[in-house]
Design a protein around this ligand. Structure first.
Ligand SMILES: [Zn+2]
Ligand SMILES: [Zn+2]
Length: 71
């Protein structure tokens, strides 16, 4: 078996973190879903969220908070 996840559990977006077995971040920066529940959600600073916004990440990859308003 290859670690591509449960076929019934289709990744919510095409971010590579969804198909990785050990994603380096706890949340997907694109859709905000948890990609690695072994990493604890952490308390981010406004500065970190500001950096993520400048990278055009709709969600914070550390805490899963929505950073950009989506249409
Ligand atoms: Zn995603
Ligand atoms: Zn955060």
């Amino acid at each position: 078996m290859i670690g591509r996840g449960n076929p019934r559990n289709t990744p919510p977006c095409d971010n590579r973190n969804h198909v990785r077995r050990n994603a380096p971040v706890s949340h997907c920066p694109k859709c905000g879903e948890v990609v690695n529940d072994e990493l604890e959600a952490r308390n981010c600073t406004e500065e970190e969220h500001g950096t993520a916004r400048r990278r055009q990440n709709p969600f914070c990859c550390h805490c899963g908070m929505r950073l950009l308003a989506t249409a």
